[in-house]
Design a protein around this ligand. Structure first.
Ligand code: ACO
Length: 441
């Protein structure tokens, strides 16, 4: 550590933990504090040619190198392929934990003891029912409405059922919304699915565990009680664990940005669902299945790969903004695939997926760009084996990601440094134009 000194930009920093910036326009030198390998972008505002200047800004489209918050929820090291929730490695959680326990961990920061887990499970289980009006609301969608669109609208609509949810500063009230969100997402998702199928909605079965109840709401027909296959329930639970959080990704950033306006958490989560819907984010697993079906046979793979390399399309389920080595979730999913196929029989598309992965991992185009299978490459195959239509794939991502979104939202609400999200811009348009009446244009 060096000596403490007052910097031009106002901060106090030690000499060894600062960045010296010379403005070549003025010859002036500024010393900017470095904290956690980061400078505050606002420190650049002091760098001016004349006093009336706005000051220097940083330009970072797509937030390639900008930390938007401090967070203690999820640790991710893209180079090393490490993912931890609250410090616990994803591999251990996927092997030993359940999704509901992981949701507790994300929300509270610690693993629950037996009593806390029982209480939490009980609370979530008893909040799975939705208001009867939600049913008629979903009924209003077209028969072929995309289930993700229905989920997006219906989770946003929950705010109208719980108007006190906008009291986000009240810890008790907001805790209740957290419980409701985690509890009701599977119900909304299942209702969307049944609507597509033209089948009657199935109410939650509170005797079943979280994934089992979801399977029951999806697939129960005339039987008195739906008995989910424990192996399929467990595979679904593992997928839920793997998808629960992934730090500041597109949808989480959307939840934080929208939530920063202090809107209720249902509306903020609806923003997350909307972001996840996109094909470059959660929508990728749906696109992977469509891609595999289009390839159809192993013999067609070389032509397909050639098209990808020519830039005609992307190899969906490959590549990641952060993971540039391997996606640890993809490895766990591949193993879960084997367990599911033991019950359901092998999906013929798996053969194409494995061959595609093999070729892509050896091909210079993909190796050079550090493109590896991501979480979506194999998850779609499991979902299909569970008889989910492709439209439901992203919905199956949104259900568990809700616990991550809401944990990050909670962290933001209590973060004294956060304000309403409001990026700056570099204006590139015209200036000072005089209005010309339409008759003279
Ligand atoms: N197939 C072919 N080429 C690719 C792919 C891909 N899947 N992904 C990236 N590339 C290429 C790009 O064309 C680019 O090549 P260039 O340097 O010759 O122009 C290079 O690799 C870098 O790509 P970027 O788009 O700059 O990488 P970025 O970090 O912005 O994108 C993303 C990451 C969006 C995930 C991208 O890899 C992609 O589109 N993948 C397919 C969609 C997908 O699977 N998304 C799921 C992500 S995981 C999740 O959301 C849960």
């Amino acid at each position: 550590m060096g000596t403490e000194e007052q910097t031009e930009t106002g901060g106090v920093a030690t000499a060894s933990e600062t960045l010296t910036i010379t403005d070549n326009r003025t010859g002036k030198t500024y010393e900017v504090p470095l904290e956690d390998g980061t400078i505050r972008a606002t420190a650049l505002r002091d760098i001016k040619v004349k006093e009336s200047d706005f000051g220097v800004m940083s330009y970072d489209p797509a937030f390639m190198n900008t930390a938007s918050c401090r967070s203690a929820v999820t640790y991710l090291d893209g180079e090393a392929g490490v993912l931890e929730y609250r410090g616990y490695p994803i591999e251990q959680l996927a092997e030993h934990s359940t999704y509901l326990e992981v949701a507790y961990l994300l929300v509270h920061g610690e693993l629950p003891n037996a009593k806390q887990l029982e209480e939490w499970t009980n609370k979530i289980t008893t909040h799975t029912f939705v208001h009867e009006n939600v049913k008629s609301f979903i009924q209003g969608f077209r028969y072929d409405a995309h289930p993700m669109g229905m989920l997006l609208a219906s989770v946003g609509a929950l705010s109208t059922f719980y108007p006190d949810a906008n009291q986000i500063k009240d810890p008790e009230i907001r805790y209740l919304q957290i419980i409701r969100l985690i509890a009701k997402m599977p119900t909304l998702a299942a209702f969307a699915y049944r609507h597509n199928m033209g089948q009657p909605y199935v109410y939650p079965d509170n005797e079943l565990d979280y994934p089992g109840n979801f399977l029951s709401m999806l697939f129960k027909m005339s039987e008195l009680k739906y008995e989910p296959d424990p192996r399929l329930s467990r595979a679904l639970d593992i997928l839920f664990i793997l998808h629960a959080d992934h730090e500041q990704n597109c949808s989480t950033s959307a939840v934080r940005a929208v939530g920063s306006s202090q809107v209720d958490p249902y509306s903020a989560v609806a923003a997350g669902v909307a972001a996840l819907y996109g094909p470059l984010h959660g929508g990728a697993n749906e696109q992977v299945l469509r891609m595999l079906r289009r390839i159809e046979r192993k013999e067609n793979i070389p032509d397909f790969i050639a098209g990808v390399k020519e830039g005609k399309e992307r190899l969906m389920g490959f590549g990641h903004r952060v993971y540039k080595n391997h996606d640890p979730r993809a490895t766990i999913i591949k193993k879960a695939c084997d367990d599911v196929f033991e019950v359901t029989g092998v999906n013929p598309l798996l053969e194409i997926a494995i061959e595609l992965e093999k070729i892509a991992l050896e091909d210079e185009y993909f190796v050079k760009r550090k493109l590896y299978p991501n979480v979506d490459f194999y998850s779609g195959l499991i979902y299909e084996a569970l008889h989910m239509p492709v439209g439901m794939f992203t919905v199956l991502f949104a259900i568990p990601r809700t616990s991550g979104w809401i944990s990050q939202w909670l962290e933001m609400i209590d973060d004294k440094e956060q304000k309403i999200a409001r990026p700056r811009q570099i204006y590139t348009g015209e200036r000072n134009r005089d209005y010309i009446p339409v008759s003279q244009r």
